[in-house]
Write a protein that binds this ligand. Structure first.
Ligand SMILES: [Zn+2]
Ligand SMILES: [Zn+2]
Length: 448
C-alpha cells in the first residue's frame, strides 16, 4: 500500500497533472523512496519545476539521496534542469559531494553551450560563496578564540578551511546545517581524464571576486589548478593563473613533471572533450616555447632503459597509449611536433627519445620509470622480480644496439624529422630476422 502511494505520486508527476497532484499531496508520504533505486518523488519532479516547488512547500526532503548517493541538486544540474536546480539552491539544499564524484561546480563546467553556462554557473558560484561565508560566520561566532587561531582561518583561502571549521564545530557540540557542509577541494579543481571540466577566465574571475583565492593547491592526484589546465589543454586558464601570480614553472606535486609532460599525456589520449581526436586539441605556442626554453625541466628523475636520463614529454606520448592502440604511435610524434613546434635541436632530441621509448615498448620491456594514471596521478610501477641484473644488462645491450642503428640511419635520412621515428621502427620490423627481440626471449637467454 505504501509503495502504491509512492508509485501513484510518481505517476502523477510524470503525467504532469496539477489537479491530481494537489489532491494527493497530503494523502501520501511524499518522502517515500523507491525500493528499486531509492528515488523519491522529488527526484522525478526536477523535470517539472511547478511540482518541485509544491513538494518543497509540503516539506519534501530537499537533501534526499538515491541508492547511489545522488542528491536532487546534482541530478538537476547534471541533466540540465536549471530552473529546478536554481529553485533547490534558493531553498538552501545541501551541495556537498563525495571525493570520487564531480562537484556541483564541476558538473556545471562540463556544459559547453555558452547560454546554459551563463544560467547555471553564476547561480552555483553565488551559492558556494554564500555557504562558505555563512560557515565562517558561524565558526567565528561559535568557536573559542584559541581554536579559531589554531585553524588559521584566513578569509583569502576560505575554501580550504571549510572542512576544518565544520569538524571543529561538530567537536564542540554544534550542529551544522547540511547546506553548510562543503567539499574539501579547491573550486578551481578541473582535474578530469576527459578534459571535460572547462573553467574559463570569465568564471574564474567570478570565483575570485566571490573570495575564492586558493589557486595553487594540488588536488588529491597531485595536480595544481595550473597543471590541471595544462592537462586539459586549457591555455586561456594557464594564462589566467599566471596573471594571478602562479609560476609558469609549476610542477606536479609528486614528480618533477611540468606542463609539457601533461600536454603530451593529453595529446596521446585526447578524451571525450576533444572527441578523441588530437587534431581538435588547442595549442598555445608562446606558453609552450616558454617551457621548451628551460632544458632543466625536460627530464624527470626516473631511471629506466626507456629513458636513461629520465622521462621526457616524448616518453609520456609512448607510455600513455594503450597496447591495443599501438598503431597510434605511428602518427603521434608528427602530431606532437605540429602542436608544439620544437626547435631543430629539441626535435632531434625528442625524436630519439620517442624512438627509444617505442623500441622498449616493442621489446615488451618492463619499466622502472614512473607510470601516470588516468587523472595524472603518479603510480610507480614496481620492478618485475625476474628483472635481475643479468637481464637488465642484456636488455640494455639490445636497446643500445637498436639506438646505434638509429644513429647510423639518421644522417642518411633527409626528409622531415618528425617522420623518422616511424620510418625507423618500420624498417627494423620488416627486417628478415623478425624485427624486435622481446623481453620474454631476452629473459630466457639470460637464464641460460
Ligand atoms: Zn620506462
Ligand atoms: Zn618518469
Amino acid at each position: 500500500m505504501v509503495e502504491c502511494g509512492h508509485k501513484y505520486l510518481v505517476f502523477t508527476i510524470l503525467q504532469r497533472s496539477e489537479k491530481k497532484l494537489l489532491r494527493i499531496l497530503r494523502e501520501v508520504d511524499i518522502n517515500l523512496k523507491s525500493p528499486i533505486n531509492g528515488l523519491t518523488a522529488l527526484h522525478f519532479a526536477i523535470e517539472w519545476p511547478w511540482a518541485l516547488q509544491h513538494l518543497l512547500n509540503e516539506n519534501a526532503d530537499i537533501n534526499a539521496t538515491d541508492d547511489f548517493g545522488r542528491r536532487l541538486i546534482h541530478l538537476a544540474v547534471a541533466t540540465g534542469h536549471f530552473e529546478s536546480a536554481i529553485a533547490l539552491l534558493q531553498a538552501d539544499c545541501a551541495i556537498m559531494t563525495s571525493k570520487t564524484t564531480p562537484s556541483l561546480l564541476q558538473l556545471a563546467l562540463q556544459f559547453t553551450n555558452a547560454e546554459q553556462r551563463s544560467v547555471i554557473i553564476p547561480a552555483i558560484v553565488d551559492a558556494l560563496a554564500d555557504r562558505h561565508n555563512r560557515l565562517l560566520k558561524l565558526g567565528r561566532a561559535a568557536l573559542p578564540e584559541d581554536q579559531l587561531s589554531a585553524l588559521e582561518i584566513l578569509e583569502s583561502k576560505l575554501e580550504r578551511k571549510a572542512p576544518d571549521i565544520m569538524i571543529a564545530l561538530f567537536g564542540s557540540g554544534f550542529s551544522v546545517p547540511q547546506a553548510l557542509a562543503l567539499d574539501d577541494r579547491s573550486v578551481y579543481d578541473t582535474g578530469d581524464m576527459h578534459g571535460s571540466i572547462r573553467l574559463s577566465p570569465q568564471y574564474a574571475e567570478m570565483l575570485w571576486s566571490a573570495g575564492f583565492h586558493d589557486i595553487d593547491s594540488p588536488n588529491h592526484t597531485g595536480l595544481t589548478p595550473m597543471m590541471q589546465s595544462w592537462y586539459a589543454a586549457n591555455f586561456e586558464m594557464v594564462n589566467w593563473f599566471m596573471q594571478k601570480g602562479v609560476s609558469g614553472r609549476s610542477r606536479h606535486q609528486d614528480a618533477p613533471l611540468y606542463g609539457l609532460h601533461l600536454l603530451a599525456v593529453r595529446i596521446a589520449y585526447p578524451g571525450a572533450y576533444f572527441r578523441h581526436d588530437s587534431d581538435l586539441i588547442d595549442t598555445d605556442l608562446a606558453l609552450i616555447l616558454n617551457l621548451q626554453h628551460d632544458q632543466t625541466i625536460n627530464h624527470d628523475g626516473c631511471v629506466c632503459i626507456c629513458a636513461p636520463q629520465g622521462c621526457t614529454p616524448a616518453s609520456f606520448l609512448v607510455k600513455r597509449v594503450l597496447r591495443i592502440y599501438d598503431k597510434k604511435l605511428y602518427a603521434l610524434f608528427p602530431k606532437w611536433c605540429e602542436k608544439t613546434n620544437p626547435s631543430a635541436e629539441l626535435l632531434e632530441h625528442s625524436a630519439r627519445e620517442y624512438t627509444r621509448a617505442w623500441i622498449c615498448r616493442k621489446m615488451l620491456l618492463p619499466h622502472t620509470c614512473c607510470v601516470i594514471g588516468q587523472k595524472c596521478e603518479i603510480m610507480v610501477q614496481p620492478q618485475q622480480p625476474e628483472n635481475s641484473y643479468e637481464v637488465l644488462f642484456i636488455e640494455k645491450l639490445f636497446v643500445e644496439d637498436y639506438m646505434r642503428l638509429y644513429d647510423r640511419r639518421r644522417p642518411e635520412y633527409g626528409g622531415p624529422l618528425e617522420n623518422f621515428p616511424r620510418l625507423f621502427i618500420g624498417e627494423v620490423e620488416s627486417t628478415s630476422n623478425g624485427g624486435f627481440m622481446t623481453f620474454p626471449f631476452i629473459s630466457s637467454m639470460a637464464r641460460l
